[in-house]
Design a protein around this ligand. Structure first.
Ligand code: MTE
Length: 320
């Protein structure tokens, strides 16, 4: 049984969630099988640490600046999260389930060259090197709120292109209703993929309407430069009205399908993580409340906003 023992720098779990949830969560974990228990225990927690040496590790990506215009339309009334904090508090289970160690374990991960396959039910399928694809797209910088299902949040400047540009390029057939996205599978570079416990490679999905939404970004940069590996280099999704686990990292394939794709976390724990994963303060996670969130870096606690504050962009998608 894998139970996480909090280390000195970690905020105790009972500060993230009310004590009753915390206690029942512990019981729940004890009753689960090994795979699910490990994964779920580590999906929670709300600690961050400026790991020693992150500044050094970031230098390589910081040197690779991206010159992209800032889009003023996406305003967030909050401080940006410190870059070093964001780069040393990551969820990237392919490497480790310990957030403050991801950056230490990504060295071997080869993010260049990077081929991406876009296919399935489309008129113009393509397999293309990312650097060629990016030349066809209009990169821009947008500041977004980002909210993890674990009740931590950050505000970061992403650089990317609207996913709808890619959708328009490949021209989905009328039978295409969803997109299914996959992360790489390279056990020699990503140590956790050697453990057969989780259903690698990580997979996620959106409806076509969600993929075409104005907010949906395919991201290649952050803080003015290329994505550091721990944030999902060289290309990841960002859907800011959904919990962070929908924002799949290091994408190698995007497939248009007629059937709703399965998703990684929903496959592991269907009662806890649904396909939609829209940020909603009124729907608690089965084991903790989603009413409040904690900003990483400052620890500020604030109320969670419906759709993470992006109601005007997405409410119409979910009207029945
Ligand atoms: N993508 C892959 N391939 N593997 C992962 O483990 N974790 C998800 C998401 N995308 C994850 C992933 C989760 S749970 C979150 S909260 C965000 O990435 C974290 O993004 P960040 O580390 O850049 O903050």
């Amino acid at each position: 049984m894998l139970i996480k023992i909090p280390k000195g720098w970690e905020i105790p779990e009972n500060q993230v969630t009310p004590e009753s949830d915390y206690v029942s969560r512990r019981k729940f974990i004890q009753n689960m099988g090994l795979a699910g228990a490990g994964a779920l225990t580590l999906m929670n927690g709300c600690a961050w640490a400026k790991g020693k040496g992150v500044e050094e590790q970031l230098k390589d990506s910081q040197a690779q600046k991206i010159d992209a215009p800032h889009n003023e339309n996406f305003v967030v009334n909050a401080e940006l999260t410190d870059e070093v904090v964001a780069a040393s508090y990551n969820n990237f289970y392919e490497f480790t389930t310990t957030k403050d160690r991801v950056w230490k374990l990504v060295d071997k991960f080869q993010t260049r060259p990077w081929e991406i396959e876009v296919g399935g039910l489309v008129e113009n399928p393509m397999t293309v090197d990312l650097s060629d694809l990016v030349k066809k797209m209009s990169l821009e910088e947008r500041i977004y709120r980002f909210r993890c299902v674990e009740a931590w949040a950050m505000v970061v400047p992403w650089i990317g292109f609207p996913m709808k540009e890619l959708v328009n390029l490949v021209q989905p057939k009328s039978s295409a209703k969803y997109v299914k996205m996959l992360t790489f599978l390279r056990p020699n570079e990503a140590p956790q993929q050697k453990q057969g416990r989780l259903p690698w490679p990580y997979f996620e999905g959106l409806t076509i309407e969600e993929a075409m939404n104005d907010l949906t970004l395919l991201v290649t940069g952050i803080y003015g430069h290329v994505l550091p590996k721990q944030h999902g280099a060289p290309i990841r999704l960002v859907v800011p009205w959904k919990y962070g686990f929908k924002s799949i990292k290091s994408i190698v394939s995007i497939e248009f399908t007629s059937r709703k794709p399965r998703t990684f976390w929903n496959t592991l724990a269907p009662r806890e993580y649904d396909f939609w994963a829209n940020v909603n303060p009124t729907v608690p996670h089965p084991r903790w409340s989603q009413a409040m969130e904690r900003m990483i870096g400052t620890g500020e606690r604030r109320s969670t906003d419906m759709f993470n504050g992006y109601q005007s962009y997405v409410t119409h998608l979910y009207k029945t």
